[in-house]
Design a binder for this molecule. Structure first.
Ligand code: UD1
Length: 374
């Protein structure tokens, strides 16, 4: 019997944790693969980090790099510096990275330069907006990946346009939706969360999340968004779990008075099972998150994306997502449309069926077989 394929799985930030949970499960179901989990520590607050490991049943990382926060250069460089000796000691056959955060690119870059194969889960997504740090991470990670797993057909076209050979790419579906399938029945009832916050569960509600630099770093932009959401909240109360980055911008911008209940119910970030409970029961989601655009489409909940673009166009063409932008006029108009129509309906994209990670593991096993035969 040949040695199992050693897969070093790297995660750093909250959305990575959701994606890695089903992948680890699927890898561990294969005898011919051995998964090692490395956490860079890009996210470290218990609310963004430990909570997700518990909610998603992710095993304790085998390796922790504890890089913490910093500028993009510092954060990326720290991950690179600290992961190189891990790769040298562990000697994985393949490094598996997910999503588009700084840790994704940093790990892929070191692996590629150490001559270790790289596989990227959620490859090929493009917003075509290079002011987004994630867009740079996506383009570069894909260029140096050996095996690329995609969630939707647009990604195949993007990769082809960028000269990535088709034989490296597999359309497998969406591991974020795998996580949703695995955990939805364990989601926390929204009524419980609302009551804890002094809200009325009998009344409908919307959910708001904001963390993109383009929405939260400029105090004027953030003020306008919050003022507009407050207007919506007079009619449909808005639950707002606040990312630490956004919280600090609200505080430094003196915007906390805009967050008054009952129109807006502000709260610390919630765990995965609470967030999925909120989204499942919401009438509407307003967000700049990538993952929530997908989860709302899978759950059939109307989503207003407060950005000018999306790297996940299938959520618009097939799903419940509308790209709105961040101006008060656009948000108000989109909300008026939601009221008039009851919200956009959609269908769940092909292969968003809860089995993407199983397909990834099968592809990796086959790929390993090819390596062993060489
Ligand atoms: C990162 C990802 C983004 C992802 C998001 C999910 C990049 C470029 N961005 O953005 O794609 O959608 O995670 O949350 O990788 N902070 C804390 N506690 C933490 C982590 C961060 O307070 O545990 C604060 C720090 O002030 C930090 C700031 O949040 O400087 C930003 O954190 P960072 O990891 O740089 O980016 P995110 O905005 O979280």
């Amino acid at each position: 019997m040949t040695a199992p394929l050693k897969v070093l799985c790297v995660v750093g930030a909250r959305p990575n944790f959701v994606k890695i949970a089903p992948i680890l499960l699927a890898l561990r179901a294969h005898r011919e693969m051995a998964a090692i989990l490395c956490h860079t520590g890009q996210h470290y607050d218990p609310e963004l980090n430990d909570r997700f490991f518990v909610d998603l049943g992710i095993p304790r990382p085998d390796v922790s790099l504890d890089v913490g926060s910093g500028s993009h250069a510092v954060q990326t460089a720290e991950v690179m510096k600290r992961i190189e000796p891990v790769i040298d000691t562990q000697r994985p056959d393949i490094v598996l990275v997910v999503g588009d955060v700084n840790s994704t690119l940093a790990a892929a870059l070191v692996a590629a330069k150490r001559g270790v194969a790289v596989t990227h889960v959620e490859a090929g997504l493009r917003s075509n907006d290079r002011t987004m740090p994630e867009e740079i991470n996506r383009i570069l990670t894909d260029q140096i990946s050996d095996l690329l797993f995609t969630t939707e057909a647009s990604a195949l076209e993007n990769l082809e346009r960028e000269g990535i050979p088709r034989e490296r790419v597999r359309l497998v579906g969406n591991v974020m939706i795998d996580a949703l399938h695995h955990n939805l029945r364990r989601a926390v009832a929204s009524s419980e969360i609302l009551m804890r916050q002094g809200g009325n569960p009998a009344q409908g509600f919307a959910v708001l999340t904001l963390h993109r630099p383009s929405n939260v770093d400029d105090p004027q932009t953030l003020r306008q968004i919050l003022e507009t959401v407050r207007e919506i909240g007079q009619e449909l109360p808005v639950i707002f779990p606040i990312h630490p980055r956004t919280r600090s911008r609200i505080e430094s911008g003196g915007l906390a008075p805009l967050l008054a209940a009952p129109a807006i119910r502000a709260m610390p970030p919630v765990g995965y099972l609470e967030m999925m409970g909120l989204v499942r029961d919401a009438k509407l989601v307003l967000t700049d998150s990538g993952g929530l655009q997908e989860e709302t489409t899978a759950l059939g909940i109307p989503c207003l994306t407060l950005r000018d673009n999306t790297e996940r166009p299938i959520t618009v063409s097939d799903g419940t997502n509308t790209i709105v932008g961040s101006s008060p006029a656009a948000i108000t108009a989109a909300y008026a449309e939601f009221r008039r129509t009851g919200g956009k309906r959609g269908r769940v994209p092909a292969l968003w069926d809860g089995n993407a990670a199983t397909r990834i593991a099968a592809e990796l096993a086959q790929w390993a077989g090819g390596l062993a035969a060489r």
